[in-house]
Design a protein around this ligand. Sequence first.
Ligand SMILES: [Zn+2]
Ligand SMILES: [Zn+2]
Length: 160
Amino acid sequence: MPAQNRNCPCGSGDRLDECCGRHLAGIPAPSAERLMRSRYSAYVLGDVDYLLQTTLAAQRAGLDRAAMQAWSLQSTWLGLTVEKTEQSASRPAHAFVTFSARWRDASGEHIHRERSAFVRHGDHWYFIDPTVPLHAGRNDPCPCGSGSKFKKCCHGATTR
Ligand SMILES: [Zn+2]
Ligand SMILES: [Zn+2]
């Protein structure tokens, strides 16, 4: 089957080229959930550049490209479930998506459930990687670029 006719790996039921494929090709994902879905599809398709581009700029230098590529290519991706999206009226540039992703590798089947934070800059949503520390003082501007103080914004969005 030609690649463009395949069903989207994110599980939407739509064709890849009418779903996450459009975002991988450069059209910004219009919501945090769409970005989350397209990042899962990028893992399935091995598009590490997309994963880097859609991570918060302040965290990009802390990403391990080789490890991301290896995880992407050495896993058999089994599916994505998006449980819910949360967005508060008081912080419209931020959203949280709770999801679980399943994959299989040499050590067996795995499931990862996470409530991921996302931030919007203009037309673009970005993933805030919980494993990459954000460095800022509590009263400094948040590294996410929102303009809020760190302590009132993404402080706590990363786990280490
Ligand atoms: Zn999709
Ligand atoms: Zn922030």
